[in-house]
Every structure is written in structure tokens, then in C-alpha cells.
Design a protein around this ligand. Structure first.
Ligand SMILES: Cc1cc2nc3c(=O)[nH]c(=O)nc-3n(C[C@H](O)[C@H](O)[C@H](O)COP(=O)(O)OP(=O)(O)OC[C@H]3O[C@@H](n4cnc5c(N)ncnc54)[C@H](O)[C@@H]3O)c2cc1C
Length: 414
């Protein structure tokens, strides 16, 4: 059995990153005590269904989609739910809990994720503005949607687009407002953003791009989202999907390096000895380029948990760096959008297979002739076959020549 040098491993945040770290530690043979602390009352649950199936299904769900279906007893951890971490004492290796109490740790993993951001223009009408991160947010949004005819979604990122699609699927009249020239532009660039806009418009969503919100007011009991040109969108329900901020308030004053997230190296180590970070809250060096990134993706969080668990148990000098290719998916209507790599919005997009207009295609992003990522609509097998080329930063010409997504061609190649 391996263990982390005696003492308790404390994991803060009982979401995907926290749970998967605990599970991986056990799978790697760590037999010592593990405590998993989470401020939500629920056992770890899956967030992607909140904006998709759980939002569109006819009946209110009784519970969120569990991340673990095997018995918790098999995991042998001390699971503390409804407990919020309030502060971290690095020198004393103590986690201070809200409402008193503390936990001593030998090693600590930070996995506290994000909370929705609220923009100033909507903050005044905050009471009636929905956000979506938790199961409670989902239930509140579902209740609001029940009587709502006109729905305005502010923010055309991945989450805003999914909420717009789900609200439209439920039959609402939906307006999607985005400040940039296209929805999902930051993640996928203008060309794919235009396809996403078209997908929504085809389904009857009013997509307003290059449009800023000035404020929110209530007239005769009806909310009005006021745009910068002075026009207004009467709305029975308003959802803000304008990004999220890392849950690091409890780390303020701890001395840990924070910069829109917990700053880590490529191994998941923070600036403090024996303190690690995983998931949406972790800011790591860019896997290919300059600077740092926080990946707010499900698969990257699971990959990060596996990495940190392994490194926590590794002998001195044997910790490994992250090597997994970033990946996210999004489901909107009947279209599955998938993106591998970390393309920039201004990378060149080359269609490699399928037809974008029919929402079934594979596109390759490149910069200076080298592949930076791939995007697909409804071609899951094809995009998966580009993973190795993205990891090794193959040239675009080489990848187009190899065409690994084209089984027939791959088979006949000498
Ligand atoms: C609605 C929605 C849909 C999504 N859909 C997709 C998708 O289709 N594809 C995709 O790739 N990704 C998707 N994601 C992103 C994905 O779910 C996240 O990347 C993933 O949940 C990150 O896991 P995490 O453990 O870092 O954070 P979380 O899952 O947020 O878990 C963090 C936990 O820590 C708790 N916590 C915070 N502060 C404290 C504290 N001080 N003390 C104790 N506990 C604390 C939080 O309450 C939370 O329970 C979606 C996210 C959302 C919200």
C-alpha cells in the first residue's frame, strides 16, 4: 500500500474534482485517512445535466445526477457535507471550518470550483435574475421557467447557449444576448460561433450579438432588460450566464498565491508545500502557449484529479506534469459540439470532414501551420481521432494527409 507519508489528506470541495481525487487516491492504494469537505448538502453530483436533460425533462428531478453510484462506504472516507472551509493556516497545517472547528492535514487538495458572476448592469435586479451552477439553482430556474413565456439569457458562452437551447426546447420565446460578434466566440472562434448562432436562430431563438446590457428594470410588474441603445426586452425570466469566479475567498490572507484562481504548476502544486489544486479553481501554465489558464471543463477536471492524486503519492522528485489534451463538449438541441485542444479565437479553421451548414462536420484549428485544436458538430468519433495529432502539435498539412478520422483512407495508407 502507498500512502502520503502518514496523516490525513483533506480535500476541500465535494464536487467532481474533489470526489475523483479521493477515488483515485484509493485506486492507487493509498490506505491512510481522507476527509472530503463540501459546503453543499448533497453528495457530489454532476453539473453538466443541470443545463441539459435535467432542465428539459418534464418533471422536477428528485435529486441531482450522482457522480458516484458505488457505495460511499467502499471508499472509506470521512465525507463532511454542509461544511464550509473558512480559512487556511498553512504554517499550522490547519483547515478552519465555518462555525468553528478545524481539520489538521498532512496534505491538502483545493477543489472548490466556481460561483456564477453577476454583472453590474443586472445586479440591481438581482432578486429576479437566475444563475445556474448548483442543483438548487436548477430547481429555482425550473420553477421560474414554468410560468415564463419570454426568457432572456444574458451571455452567449457555452452555458448561456445551453440554457437558451433548453428553454427553447421547453417552448419558451427565448432571446440570447451576447456582447461579442458571435456566441461561443471565445471558445471556438467566429466561424463556429456563426454556426452556433444559426443553430439557435433556426430553432426560433432571437440571437442579439454585439449587444450590451445597460440595466434591468421592472415596469408594471414585468422585467425589462434594457440594452445599450435604449431598447428593452420585456422578460418573464432573466438568466445571467456571464461567467464565473473561483471560490477562493476562504484562501484570502492564507499567503497562498491567488490570481483569478489558485496558482499551480504543471503538476498541480500550489505555492505552499503539500497544498494542491484541481478543477475549475486551479490556474495552471498554458499547456502549449504562454501565460496561464483555468480550464472550466469536466474532463480536464477529472484528468487534473488523476494527476494530483498520483503526484500526492509520488516519491520526492517523481511528480509528473499534466499531458492530457484539454477537451470540452456542449449539447444544444440535437447537436453535440466537441472541442479538443486550446484553440485561440483567431486561429485558422479548416473544415476537414462533413458540412458545417448541416451541423455535422470536423474542423481543425491551426496557427502558423501547426494544429492547435479540433472542433466537431455531431462527429464524435472523428474528433477523438485527432487527439494524438493535437498533443504532438502536428502540422496541419500532415494531419490532413493522414486524415485519421477517415477510416478508409487510414486503412489504405501504405
Ligand atoms: C450547468 C453546468 C453545465 C456544464 N456542462 C458542461 C459540459 O457540457 N461540458 C464540460 O466539459 N463541462 C461542463 N461544465 C463544467 C464542469 O461541470 C466543471 O468543469 C466541473 O464541475 C468542475 O469541477 P470542480 O470539482 O472543479 O468544481 P465543482 O463541481 O463546482 O465543485 C466544487 C465544490 O466545492 C464547493 N465549495 C466551494 N467553496 C467551498 C468551501 N469554502 N468549503 C467547502 N466547499 C466549498 C462547491 O459548493 C462545490 O460543491 C458544466 C458546468 C455547469 C455549472
Amino acid at each position: 500500500m502507498r500512502n502520503a507519508g502518514g496523516g490525513t489528506i483533506v480535500i476541500v470541495g465535494a464536487g467532481l474534482g474533489g470526489l475523483r481525487t479521493a477515488e483515485r487516491l484509493r485506486r492507487l492504494g493509498h490506505a491512510g485517512p481522507i476527509t472530503l469537505v463540501g459546503d453543499e448538502p448533497h453528495r457530489p453530483y454532476d453539473r453538466p445535466p443541470l443545463s441539459k436533460g435535467l432542465l428539459t425533462q418534464p418533471e422536477d428531478p428528485a435529486e441531482a445526477a450522482p457522480l458516484r453510484t458505488a457505495p460511499y462506504a467502499d471508499l472509506g472516507i470521512d465525507l463532511r457535507l454542509g461544511v464550509r472551509a473558512a480559512a487556511l493556516d498553512i504554517a499550522g497545517r490547519r483547515l478552519v471550518l465555518d462555525g468553528g472547528g478545524e481539520l489538521r492535514y498532512r496534505k491538502l487538495v483545493i477543489a472548490t470550483g466556481l460561483r456564477p458572476r453577476m454583472i453590474g448592469a443586472l445586479a440591481a435586479g438581482r432578486a429576479g435574475v437566475h444563475t445556474l451552477r448548483s442543483f438548487e439553482d436548477l430547481l429555482s430556474l425550473r420553477a421560474g421557467l414554468r410560468g415564463a413565456r419570454r426568457v432572456t439569457v444574458v451571455g452567449g458562452g457555452v452555458l448561456g447557449c445551453e440554457i437558451a437551447a433548453s428553454a427553447r426546447t421547453r417552448g419558451a420565446e427565448v432571446t440570447l444576448v451576447e456582447t461579442l460578434e458571435q456566441p461561443m466566440l471565445g471558445a471556438l472562434g467566429a466561424q463556429v460561433g456563426e454556426l452556433v448562432a444559426g443553430l439557435h436562430r433556426d430553432r426560433g431563438v432571437r440571437v442579439l450579438t454585439s449587444t450590451r446590457i445597460r440595466g434591468l428594470d421592472v415596469l408594471d410588474g414585468v422585467k425589462r432588460v434594457v440594452l445599450e441603445d435604449g431598447s428593452a426586452l420585456p422578460s418573464d425570466l432573466v438568466v445571467a450566464a456571464v461567467g464565473a469566479v473561483p471560490n477562493t475567498q476562504w484562501l484570502e490572507g492564507s499567503g497562498l498565491e491567488l490570481a483569478d484562481g489558485v496558482v499551480c504548476d504543471r503538476m498541480g502544486r500550489t505555492s505552499a508545500e503539500d497544498v494542491w489544486a484541481v478543477g475549475d479553481v486551479a490556474r495552471m501554465p498554458h499547456p502549449y502557449g504562454a501565460g496561464t489558464v483555468r480550464l472550466e471543463h469536466w474532463t480536464s477536471t477529472a484528468d487534473g484529479a488523476a494527476l494530483v492524486a498520483r503526484n500526492l503519492l509520488a516519491a520526492h522528485g517523481e511528480a509528473q506534469e499534466a499531458t492530457e489534451v484539454p477537451y470540452f463538449w456542449s449539447d444544444q438541441y440535437e447537436v453535440k459540439i466537441q472541442c479538443l485542444g486550446l484553440p485561440s479565437a483567431d486561429d485558422t479553421l479548416t473544415v476537414a470532414a462533413g458540412a458545417p451548414a448541416s451541423h455535422r462536420f470536423l474542423g481543425l484549428y491551426s496557427r502558423e501551420g501547426r494544429v492547435t485544436g479540433a472542433v466537431a458538430m455531431n462527429m464524435p468519433a472523428a474528433v477523438a481521432r485527432t487527439r494524438a495529432a493535437i498533443a504532438s502539435r502536428t502540422t496541419l498539412d500532415e494531419l490532413l494527409d493522414q486524415a485519421p478520422w477517415d477510416r478508409d483512407r487510414a486503412r489504405t495508407r501504405p
